[in-house]
Design a protein. Structure first.
Length: 287
């Protein structure tokens, strides 16, 4: 395990994602106003957003993009992890101030999380990790997770005197949660090909992580069991980036992709493949 417990310091992590939208300006402005994301790079057809100079989300313009059916596979949510519990409290206060409609607030035992949707209906989770020593374990040493109501009163007590309207610069994409058609196929790809270990079994879902982290990738069939990939040209998730600690880890992942029958192409960053749900996966090395 890495000396740090942060998800982005594990041997494999998910660094960023890319969404297609028919209204680039509206979505970019929303992420700026609601999450405090800054424009890192911008063209007429693409905007890269992030915090503190770290890219977290790319938005690509597709004027014909339309919402996919609810039963289609694809994105369940992008999940942004905050450095401190106080940051989550500050974000909750900010969301209330600007009138953001939350879709949920949960205590997952290992995390506390707030949920919302962007204007295109892409799910977002904002959360903080409890210290790893406090994660509950089962008899076999497996990580236990649940979906309990979040104690909002307790969280608000943790709000700093002057809460920031933006997420802090240390925010990262802690995990990505996917809607899949079949959990066995998801495990075969996320674990067997990408290299994440199965960490948590959950009703209708599986959670996969690296370095003992509860999950860098989640997969569920709650609305997408036996579902088809989103139609070509749909709005929503187009790609996500999986980062390996070094070139050796990247090379091993590429080899597993090829052995499993997935086509791999060289990309500007490293390699690119398409997952079983039609989503491009950028495979890169941190060093």
């Amino acid at each position: 395990m890495a000396a740090s417990e942060h998800p982005s310091d594990m041997p494999i992590h998910v660094a960023s994602s890319e969404l297609a939208t028919s209204d680039l300006k509206r979505l970019s402005d929303w992420y700026g106003r609601t999450l405090g994301f800054e424009v890192i790079d911008e063209t007429s057809s693409r905007t890269v957003l992030g915090l503190g100079g770290t890219a977290l989300l790319s938005l690509v313009h597709d004027p014909d993009a339309k919402s996919a059916p609810r039963s289609a596979t694809g994105l369940f949510h992008n999940a942004y992890v905050l450095p401190r519990r106080a940051d989550l409290a500050a974000f909750l206060g900010h969301a209330q101030t600007i009138g953001v409609q939350l879709t949920g607030a949960s205590d997952h035992l290992v995390t506390e999380a707030i949920y919302l949707d962007d204007p295109d209906g892409n799910g977002i989770e904002v959360y903080w990790d409890r210290p790893r020593k406090d994660w509950p374990l089962g008899l076999a040493g497996d990580i236990r997770m649940a979906t309990d109501p979040l104690d909002l009163e307790s969280l608000m007590i943790a709000m700093p005197p002057e809460g920031e309207a933006r997420l802090p610069a240390g925010t990262r994409l802690g995990h990505i949660h996917l809607k899949v058609a079949d959990l066995a196929a998801a495990e075969s790809y996320i674990s067997g090909v990408l290299g994440f270990a199965k960490q948590v079994d959950y009703p209708g879902a599986g959670f996969f992580g690296s370095g003992g982290y509860h999950h860098h990738v989640g997969a569920n069939i709650w609305a997408s069991r036996s579902g088809a990939p989103a139609p070509e040209g749909s709005a929503g998730l187009r790609s996500y980036t999986v980062t390996y600690a070094d070139e050796e880890g990247l090379s091993s992942a590429v080899e597993r992709c090829l052995q499993a029958g997935f086509e791999v192409q060289e990309s500007e960053m490293g390699a690119a493949a398409t997952d079983p749900w039609g989503i491009e996966v950028q495979l890169v090395a941190a060093s």
